[in-house]
Ligand binder design. Sequence first.
Ligand code: 2RA
Length: 335
Amino acid sequence: KTYNIAVVGVGAVGIEMLKVLKSRNFPVGALKVLARSERDITVDGQTYHVKQISPEAFEGVDIALFAGTEGEKGAAVTFAPEAVKRGAVVIDNGADFRMEEDVPLVVPEVNPKDVKKAKKGRGIIANPNCSTIQMVVALAPIHKLYKIRRVIVSTYQAASGAGSKAVAELFEQTKAILSGVESKPEAMPQRIAFNIFPHIGGFAECDYTSEEWKMIKETHKIMHTDRILVSATTVRVPVRTGHSESIYIETKKPVDIEEVKKTLASSPGIVVLDDTKSCVYPLPVNAEGKDEVFVGRLRKDPYNEKGMWMWVVADNLRKGAATNAVQIAELLIKR
Ligand code: 2RA
């Protein structure tokens, strides 16, 4: 059996969705690629005809993957209900529906059963924010072992999380500065070349950014508990693709770090890279193009038997966006 798929949006995430559908051999029947304007695009040597989005374009579509644009009231607000009306299930990578009660927010390794709620709800499943996805994949098995009480996380987020224009800015600015020319930020709030800044999204409640609130609220929704006290600082770094996170965890029961390593290594979607003697730990350059979440630098807090650290890296365009969305589609067709 095959399924008719629509991919909406051909920015960094939309392109990755096309690649992931192919690399995971998703049983695609007819494929529609939709965007604001009609054109042809080439991805990995294959040409796709992009049609202009309209309500009628969703006729006959079984699953619509919206690539989503962070922070914008994107195409999903207008067109997701139109797609659902015509019988499709929508998987939306944007932020518009994530916190709505009748829209499940799903990470297949953590809360796969929540996809069921889509039918009774609005026919929409939300894909979480990239920095949340990789964190909860690594937290969930530890929560099962010891019950997590508190999480303190600092992120090191790549330029591609802010879109293709931000990646171009990283490259252009780096070249400009190396040639002695100053260059003003346009796609990002501060200079990114040879710099980092603790500012992702807009500033919101209690002086946390919207990205930091996403890591708190989305974690609670996905893990079905608001008793994990999450506090985040989100930082943009001059990396092309691959978000990294330094995560401190406090648990209810004492931590056995060898047990954590074993459990994470056998958990779905996780690769443990943790051999400090040989300088092995996860790196964004190695995670680029991969679907898994990489975990390393696992260590106990020497001053707290219920405390531990880990370093978590994933490709923000793949597991942080496109791969997670396609995995949700895989869950749907299994049902
Ligand atoms: C970022 N949160 O890295 C984003 C993308 N989803 O800016």
